[in-house]
Design a protein around this ligand. Structure first.
Ligand code: 5GP
Length: 228
């Protein structure tokens, strides 16, 4: 993982009280922690959840599709997007740059849709330090050995990038303390159900149900003094 100086937050952190804003979910784990699989599972179960496609300077892996997995750009394109304020947050991770599109996230949240950001621990810290409400979830692999086995099995990495990711993994896991929720990813079905339960519980928080509660309350007759 790179230093804090290699990460930034450019959000304005405004709160729109007119529209019922969607909830921003920030999900992090070390590389190989299995968050991609979990998130895909939860997205397929819940049509109200949207996913923000990040920008990256990393090369596409076999099977990765432009605009679906990432927006793949050159370092120059990334730098100019960053300069014009395109990123809500960005970070240098494992020798590449990654950034979250401000336009997409703001549009989705303002339309009342919940959005999942699958970002590294530096990006999660940038979001947390800004004046932006978010629910954060850290996905723990069961152990270092299992993480290593998963990363090796997916054969997407060269020996060098594999070893860089493994070297960075302990420092990433240490950040679990900064998250609202911590989930053990030992079984995809169980962990996906737990993630879906977190999404559901967050939606049911009282401040987010205020409008609904008032609507229901308005159907009740007003209290009369006679009843007192
Ligand atoms: P990968 O190269 O394996 O797809 O991703 C490497 C790391 O970058 C993962 O931890 C992933 O969550 C993180 N990442 C992906 N998109 C973003 C982003 O937009 N911002 C930040 N800060 N990290 C990201």
């Amino acid at each position: 993982m790179n230093s804090d100086a290699a990460a930034g937050f450019d959000g304005q952190g405004t709160h729109n009280t007119e529209v019922e804003r969607g909830i921003l979910f920030v999900i992090s784990s070390p590389s190989g922690g299995g968050k991609g699989t979990l998130i895909r599972r939860v997205l397929s179960l819940d049509p109200r959840l949207g996913y923000s496609v990040s920008w990256t300077t990393r090369s596409p892996r076999v099977g990765e599709v432009e605009g679906v997995h990432y927006r793949f750009v050159s370092p120059d394109e990334f730098a100019s997007a960053r300069e014009r304020g395109e990123f809500l947050e960005w970070a240098a991770v494992h020798d590449n740059y990654y950034g979250t599109s401000r336009t997409t996230v703001t549009r989705e949240l303002s339309a009342g849709r919940d959005v999942i950001l699958e970002i590294d621990v530096q990006g999660a810290a940038s979001i947390r330090h800004a004046n932006l409400e978010a629910v954060s979830v850290f996905i723990l692999p069961p152990s270092f050995e299992i993480l290593r086995a998963r990363l090796t099995a997916r054969s997407s990495e060269t020996p060098d990038t594999l070893s860089l990711r493994l070297r960075n993994s302990r420092a990433e896991v240490e950040h679990y303390r900064e998250f609202d929720y911590v989930l053990l990813n030992d079984n995809v079905e169980r962990s996906a159900a737990q993630l879906a339960a977190i999404v559901s519980a967050e939606r049911a928080r009282r401040p987010r149900q205020e409008r609904l509660a008032r609507r229901v309350l308005a159907t009740f007759p007003a209290p009369t003094t006679e009843a007192l």
